[in-house]
Design a protein around this ligand. Sequence first.
Ligand SMILES: *[C@@H]1O[C@H](CO)[C@@H](O)[C@H](O)[C@H]1NC(C)=O
Ligand SMILES: *[C@@H]1O[C@H](CO)[C@@H](O)[C@H](O)[C@H]1NC(C)=O
Ligand SMILES: *[C@@H]1O[C@H](CO)[C@@H](O)[C@H](O)[C@H]1NC(C)=O
Ligand SMILES: *[C@@H]1O[C@H](CO)[C@@H](O)[C@H](O)[C@H]1NC(C)=O
Ligand SMILES: *[C@@H]1O[C@H](CO)[C@@H](O)[C@H](O)[C@H]1NC(C)=O
Ligand SMILES: *[C@@H]1O[C@H](CO)[C@@H](O)[C@H](O)[C@H]1NC(C)=O
Ligand SMILES: *[C@@H]1O[C@H](CO)[C@@H](O)[C@H](O)[C@H]1NC(C)=O
Ligand SMILES: *[C@@H]1O[C@H](CO)[C@@H](O)[C@H](O)[C@H]1NC(C)=O
Ligand SMILES: [Ca+2]
Ligand SMILES: [Ca+2]
Ligand SMILES: [Zn+2]
Length: 702
Amino acid sequence: MDSWCLPWFLFFGTLLVSGLPTPEDFVKDIDNGIDQDIFDINRDLGLDLFEGDIRVDGAQDRNSIIGDNYRWPHTIPYVLDDTLEMNAKGVILEAFERYRLKTCIDFKPWAGEPNYVLVFKGSGCWSSVGNRHFGKQELSIGTNCDRIATVQHEFLHALGFWHEQSRSDRDDYVMIVWDRIQSGREHNFNMYNDTVSDSLNVPYDYTSVMHYSKTAFQNGTEPTIVTRISDFEDVIGQRMDFSDYDLLKLNRLYNCSSSLTFMDSCNFELENVCGMIQSSEDDLDWQRVSQVSGGPENDHSIMGQCKGSGFFMHFDSSSVDTETIARLESRLLYPKRGFQCLEFYLYNSRNENEQLNIYVRDYSADDQNGSLNIVTEIKEIPIGSWQLYYVALQATNKFRVVFEGLSIAGASSGGLSIDDINLSETRCPHHVWHIENFTQFIGNPNGSLYSPPFYSSKGYAFQIYLDLKSLTNVGIYFHLISGANDDELEWPCPWQQVTMTLLDQNPDIRQRMSNQRSVTTDPSMIDDNGNYFWDKPSKVGQVAFFPNGTQFHRSGGYGTSVFITQERLKSRDFMKGNDVYILLTMEDISHLSSTQMQPVPTSSVNDLCSEVTCENDGICTVQNDKAECRCPAGKDWWYMGERCEKKGSVRDTIVIAASSIAAVFGLMLIVTLVSVYCVRRKYRKKTSSNTVKTSMENSYAF
Ligand SMILES: *[C@@H]1O[C@H](CO)[C@@H](O)[C@H](O)[C@H]1NC(C)=O
Ligand SMILES: *[C@@H]1O[C@H](CO)[C@@H](O)[C@H](O)[C@H]1NC(C)=O
Ligand SMILES: *[C@@H]1O[C@H](CO)[C@@H](O)[C@H](O)[C@H]1NC(C)=O
Ligand SMILES: *[C@@H]1O[C@H](CO)[C@@H](O)[C@H](O)[C@H]1NC(C)=O
Ligand SMILES: *[C@@H]1O[C@H](CO)[C@@H](O)[C@H](O)[C@H]1NC(C)=O
Ligand SMILES: *[C@@H]1O[C@H](CO)[C@@H](O)[C@H](O)[C@H]1NC(C)=O
Ligand SMILES: *[C@@H]1O[C@H](CO)[C@@H](O)[C@H](O)[C@H]1NC(C)=O
Ligand SMILES: *[C@@H]1O[C@H](CO)[C@@H](O)[C@H](O)[C@H]1NC(C)=O
Ligand SMILES: [Ca+2]
Ligand SMILES: [Ca+2]
Ligand SMILES: [Zn+2]
């Protein structure tokens, strides 16, 4: 495992600015202080699209959402056009990862299928609704549209969805204040009756990523949309992630029963502990409990807020007098992509010698009992609080995840506890910035927080600045700082994409709606003094000090003053137990600058392809002077193998050879996904009566 995958827990690393230049003078705000929604961007460009961001082509009736012929296959072929900004390309690939985690919709580079989506940088952010069978269907991600939820929103249009407030029953839930709407823009508030638009038997959703915000198309400052339940006035217009109902609708429209990359999740609320098993090759068992006298006093999922629930697994090593181990093993899991991210909370109530080892029990074909392979040893676990850990796995065969508590003899009582496990076939974030006692900083003059220093996988040193001083918005900025490898690195720092995610700590990864922004270093960018903005911090940066007094250089910050509103920060599970987690990934995306490979016209590839027969309607293409089959995929199946001879399916329980899957995904140049999310407790009761939702939950339930 790469060392940067190890969790970072730097608790007292938060330093306060004192005697330093005012950070505001030293940051570049990509949003210029204005939280621009899709519709504001398009309006400022003078676009007058249908409902703000929808391209209507010819005689389109409004019933795409009903008509089967407007649907895409489950795997949508795409082309990322050269016109796209680098940051946008990275963000689009991350948005695809959110679809893969939460829906059965997948994306693949276009390989000659009759219909595909061309994502390009047009003027503004817009899409057509549904599959229009144009062959090449355009979707524009223009300037300032390079936010993950904007991409998710536009692709939801492409998949067949209109805006939430155009539902036939919207007047029961929101009031449109017509005389506050800019004249001539009233058509943006059309409504479709239920003979032409299907709400898929899902209630009106104020939290939908497809809902307008209260300021949409306003003339003046008063809201144009007033929610009938006033609590939702500041909720509408969220651009963080899919809501639960967005997912329910998408999954109903496309008959999804499982997602591509989600594997497992457990909060230990049910007695069956999600099918996890106790090992008998060890000394002790883990116990399912709701509290331990030496701590924790309550579990992590519910934090003691509900009586009679809130369980976690505990390994009590109080009475241990020799080296003792206890193993807890997950149910059998079947990987598809060959890489996984394991996420869990860990609590240490004993002493600093406690250790948690993570293994993968690997079942290769001839190994009936599985063999244990160590992944990581977690030591120096902080005492007395729940800590978030990420561990990157690389399982390619059927496997189990094994949590092994290891305790050395000692007088102290207590032990290890784990809760809220999630496993998905995604990339782990590289770093975790854990901020404790968070509320004291909000809206306070002392709310300028700098993260501890981190190193990117390439070796660049960086720091994050979180600006909590404002009473309305939270700002977040990325700074390069002087580091140990600076002499060996390339300057100005080229094409590193930094993804900063405020984690929604909802226990279920599929229900989280984390707030995420990405920025990319453009080596040609010039600052106000004519220097390269991303040049060596020791050359263009300012002197700063770590809390221990060590001096370093910090370059200008690059980010946004409107990362999230204070209102939204206090919603959901962004703050849990007064703790906040910021997940950070800094990755080289230079490879995205090259043109996406597209199918070569058959005439020029005839020679090489003449000897190759692709089965199952695969098409032959030439890459690096070699003939290669591009295999068709659809719904929840796909063909793979050199000649497309093998069929894979989401529902298959057989182990799918990781190498062939890697070939499919390798083409996509996946940028580290950081995480993805939505609401649980609030809407859980309501949605559990929905059959699709229930079946999805059941299929993942342990
Ligand atoms: C905005 O409101 C003002 C005053 O009511 C009106 O004069 C103006 O035409 C409106 N502008 C638009 C674009 O509707
Ligand atoms: C629904 O809308 C269609 C098209 O606009 C219209 O023909 C139809 O009469 C409407 N139905 C109802 C019940 O309003
Ligand atoms: C979903 O299932 C329904 C009923 O079985 C079918 O009519 C519809 O075509 C399916 N849709 C897709 C996208 O597969
Ligand atoms: C698997 O485990 C069983 C029971 O522990 C044992 O009898 C058997 O020999 C093991 N098989 C292998 C291949 O190790
Ligand atoms: C948070 O607050 C608690 C109690 O006030 C204190 O013991 C702890 O040291 C604080 N942690 C940090 C990181 O400031
Ligand atoms: C920041 O200010 C608030 C209110 O003025 C105060 O409660 C808090 O202790 C301060 N925090 C630090 C770290 O100084
Ligand atoms: C893992 O998923 C569960 C859902 O059961 C969730 O409650 C938990 O918070 C997730 N774990 C983490 C570390 O987010
Ligand atoms: C001071 O803190 C920085 C950042 O945490 C660290 O890199 C450095 O080694 C520390 N210096 C000393 C002398 O401890
Ligand atoms: Ca729990
Ligand atoms: Ca045991
Ligand atoms: Zn839209």
